[in-house]
Ligand binder design. Structure first.
Ligand code: DOR
Length: 453
């Protein structure tokens, strides 16, 4: 009799092939069989009757704060939040202390992550004026998702604001780089708007739609000039969506659940500084533009931009309060809720949360629920009505802008390379996160130091 390490039976499977009933068999961390597994046996079985099995959700933008700001979050707590929310893999940002802008800092993060992170992971390398000319070496190291550029100042010191340094970065790199596109010179000129206010209502006025658009236009022009690919993070305006639709050959697009769900001025009335993030939450007109980008296929991925700050830090009067909201754990419940409200299909949700990441970042063996790929799955109940409660949230920051919100659709299990790491809100005994592998760095894996095993 055929045997597997894990069988998930009677799920409605959702993947590249559409949607339908199937069993899934896992062997040695990979999907080994999809179909009717009949009499086959397994060390572990899950009866998924009434549930939908999705390719594992990949969050391509999180800030987990370790090293240097572990009081807000660390790699363990952030990744615990991820798997409780149905996320199987994350790309973590470089604005830690120290920044992830050297081979040593990257190696340190990878070592800290091993068997402490609950999900698989990759770390971005931060572009700086100092490393601009050798980022090609850094982006080739195993365990990195590539280069991240901050064009506008946000949390931390990473900043590449001028076209000359941006040009050096783009001339050097070969992989797709991720970009925070807000125009630093314009924001510096307009900083007085924030300084004159004590309310986060001023935030989207200070960091206005033109600040976002200008930076997006600049980075796309530079990408085109250098023949490189850019991934423009957390897009917030309808104009950027329309612009990026004309540049899909060089630019891919992320939006966040916060920008799809919250709107100004309501969020600032209700949440004050807790709704403050960069780029800011904007009005319903801009939000409609983002939904148009989802409907038309212009948006490639949804990333959470999970950016925890403590309640005490957030309570400091604006504009000295830090920007950012937690979100890795609520990404999938919010998207399922939007799906249930008819704002996108389940197929599109899967495209935005797994296939999109695989396509953009050329993941090796991930992002697809298919035989031979890593057995990363997110099992969801599309009909469960739940309230997002504080005692469910694992982020060390201890709050969420979505606390108290009722949603329809909930993650019931998270499977990472065949291990059930979360089942009905309960965690496995131990964490076994491993570096994500990328097609573009496979060569360095076999030859380089710090090779991922
Ligand atoms: O709001 C934000 N917070 N935007 C960013 O770009 C950085 C992030 C953080 O790290 O706090």
């Amino acid at each position: 009799m055929t045997s597997y390490d894990l069988i998930i039976r009677n799920a409605t499977l959702v993947n590249h092939d559409g949607q339908g009933p199937a069993d899934v068999g896992v062997r040695e961390g990979r999907t080994a069989m999809i179909g009717d597994l009949g009499q086959a046996s397994a060390g572990h079985e899950i009866d998924a009757t009434g549930l939908h099995l999705l390719p594992g959700v990949i969050d391509t933008q999180v800030h987990f704060r370790e090293p240097g700001m572990d009081g807000k979050e660390d790699l363990e707590s952030g990744s615990r939040a991820a798997v409780l929310g149905g996320v199987t893999a994350v790309f973590e940002m470089p604005n830690t202390k120290p920044t992830t802008s050297t081979p040593e800092a990257l190696a340190d993060k990878l070592a800290r992550a091993r068997d402490r992170m609950w999900c698989d992971h990759a770390f971005y390398v931060g572009a700086t004026a100092e490393n601009a000319d050798h980022l090609d070496e850094l982006e080739r190291l195993p365990g990195t998702a590539g280069v991240k550029i901050f064009m506008g100042a946000s949390t931390g010191d990473l900043l590449v604001a001028d076209d000359e340094t941006l040009s050096r970065v783009l001339a050097t790199i070969n992989r797709r780089c991720a970009v925070h596109a807000e125009d630093e010179p314009r924001m510096a000129e307009r900083r007085h708007i924030a300084e004159a206010s004590t309310s986060a209502h001023a935030h989207p006025d200070w960091r206005d739609p033109t600040s976002a658009m200008r930076a997006t236009e600049r980075i796309v022009a530079l990408a085109r000039r250098h023949g490189k690919r850019v991934h423009v993070l957390h897009i917030t305006t309808a104009a950027e969506i329309d612009f990026l639709a004309r540049h899909k050959d060089v630019a891919t697009v992320e939006v966040t659940p916060q920008h799809l769900t919250l709107n100004a001025p309501e969020c600032y009335d209700r949440l004050g500084n807790f709704a403050q993030m960069n780029p800011p939450i904007r009005d319903l007109g801009e939000q409609d533009g983002l939904w148009r980008g989802i409907a038309r296929g212009i948006v490639d991925v949804v990333g959470s931009d999970h950016a925890p700050h403590t309640r005490e830090e957030k309570a400091v009067p604006y504009p000295n309060s830090p920007s950012g909201m937690p979100g890795v754990q609520t990404l999938l419940p919010l998207l399922l809720d939007h799906m249930n409200a008819g704002r996108m299909t389940l197929q599109r949700l899967v495209d935005l949360t797994s296939a999109g990441a695989a396509r953009l970042f050329q993941l090796a063996g991930k992002g697809r629920l298919a035989v031979g790929y890593d057995a990363d799955y997110t099992l969801v109940d599309l009909t469960a009505r739940r309230t997002i409660e504080l005692d469910w949230l694992a982020s060390r920051c201890g709050w969420s802008p979505f606390e108290g919100r009722e949603v329809t659709g909930w993650p019931m299990a998270t499977v990472v390379r065949g291990r059930v790491v979360m089942r009905e809100g309960e965690l496995a005994d131990s964490a076994h996160g491993r570096p994500i592998r990328f097609q573009e760095t496979l060569e360095a894996e076999v030859s380089g130091p710090g090779a991922a095993s």
